[in-house]
Design a binder for this molecule. Structure first.
Ligand code: ADP
Ligand code: ASP
Ligand code: MG
Length: 403
């Protein structure tokens, strides 16, 4: 019997009718002679609603309690789905992340899976043939619930597929697969039949919500092929796998955008060796992920250092830097929030030098001002005002012929 891992996102489980549809789909897969492990997200907007509740108490709720709170969303879905399958006459059991042996590191709100102790999961799979697991959560070294970061159920699914050497890992969502950009912004954008791990990883890291970045990382490390497809139809979706040069889509494979970005500026720190090290050492200690960094040229032996990171990290970063501003000799620390990052991704750009100028020209033609720029081997990202983000994505989709 093959082992199939399926992951159902929140919109696929948003109400009881949808849960019943998912239950039928899982039963179909089982009847085709497979053992099925289904990883579930919280129903619809449940996680957002829980965040809103917590924020009514505190702007910066304790991370441990936040993990406990948010993890309840997936536990509702897993139980309802197991009940739905049983109501259709099949056996199924639901397990929380800890019950399924998902062990994480101790960083609350963005924990990483470090191990899966699969004994119980395998035993239940033997007994029931269908096991439902709460995504997004695991047990950390302190015996506390930890969550994997927003969208983390994808990572739960791919990690379980890797641990069990599953035959198939399907990520069911509310779109037909991975498109060259978010189809909500450009409805006639091209759908990708296949995409390499490296390009998908960049798109996900740069904000394409369709897959959680860690899930792609785990898939690449363990050679898990992912099929991203819609839970609302039976269309073939997009295969994420090792690159096949023959399938190269063109110079630019996709465009990602991200509103979850903020700029932190540290003004007027002394231009002496070690200041940048001091700034970023303190941020690293608090697990703040830095994206772009710009240091302005010095005036009067003082520098400004600006960097971007996620919105929630930016607020933490400001607090940390304000606490050590005196030691750093910094004059002021500011955050800018109404920003967006727009990125183009494509392995093809490694061999073409004019892509950056083509991108900047297209943005200029649309009258979009660029605040910051960063590049890597296969990406170019710009920071723009958040109000310009959609316009930028549309302009780039046209420019690089992705529609
Ligand atoms: P789920 O709840 O199933 O995990 P998500 O909302 O996390 O679903 O991810 C699916 C959404 O990702 C789509 O509805 C789409 O708006 C968005 N998205 C962003 N970029 C892309 C892309 N390049 N291809 C497909 N979907 C994308
Ligand atoms: N429910 C969590 C979220 O909304 C995890 C997930 O859906 O993957 O971010
Ligand atoms: Mg998701």
């Amino acid at each position: 019997m093959s082992i199939i891992v399926q992951k159902y996102g929140g919109s696929s489980l948003a109400d009881i009718d949808k849960i019943m549809r998912v239950a039928n789909r899982i039963i179909d897969a089982k009847k085709q002679g497979n053992k099925v492990i289904a990883i579930v997200s919280a129903m619809g907007k449940t996680t957002d609603n829980l965040v809103t509740l917590a924020n009514q108490i505190s702007k910066n709720p304790p991370k441990r309690e936040m993990d406990r709170l948010l993890s309840t969303g997936e536990e509702i879905s897993m139980s309802l789905l197991a009940m739905a399958i049983q109501s259709l006459g099949e056996n199924a059991i639901s397990l929380t992340g800890p019950q399924a042996g998902i062990m994480t590191d101790s960083i609350h709100n963005k924990a990483k899976i470090i191990n899966i102790v699969s004994d119980r999961l395998l035993k239940e799979l033997e007994n029931y043939n269908i096991v439902i697991i709460a995504g997004f959560q695991g047990l950390n070294e302190n015996n506390d619930i930890a969550t994997l970061g927003r969208g983390g159920s994808d990572t739960s699914a791919v990690s379980i597929a890797a641990a069990l050497n599953a035959d198939l890992c399907e990520i069911f969502t509310d779109v037909d697969g991975v498109y060259a950009c978010d189809p909500r912004i450009v409805p006639n954008i091209k759908k990708l039949t296949a995409i390499s791990y490296d390009e998908m990883l960049e798109l996900a890291n740069l904000g394409a919500k369709v897959l959680h970045p860690r899930s792609v990382e785990v898939a690449k490390t363990h050679g898990v092929t992912i099929h991203v497809r819609s839970s609302f139809n039976h269309n073939i979706g997009t295969i994420v796998k090792e690159e096949n040069k023959m399938e190269h889509n063109g110079l630019i494979t996709g465009i990602a955008h991200d509103f979850n970005v903020a700029k932190v500026v540290v003004f007027g720190i002394p231009d002496i060796p070690g200041t940048a090290a001091n700034v970023f050492r303190e941020l690293a200690k608090s697990n703040i992920n830095i994206q772009m960094i710009v240091q302005s040229s010095q005036i009067n032996n003082k520098n400004d250092i600006a960097f971007t990171c996620s919105l929630s990290d930016a607020r933490d970063a400001k607090n940390i830097l304000e606490n050590i501003a005196k030691e750093l000799g910094a004059e002021n620390i500011l955050i800018e929030e109404n920003l967006a990052k727009v990125s183009i991704v494509g392995a093809g750009m490694m061999t073409h030098s004019n892509i950056a100028s083509q991108m900047f020209e297209a943005l200029a033609k649309s009258d979009i001002n660029i605040d910051m720029i960063s590049t890597s081997e296969i990406t170019i990202s710009v920071i723009v005002d958040s109000s310009q983000c959609e316009k930028a994505v549309k302009a780039l989709a046209e420019e690089f012929k992705l529609v």
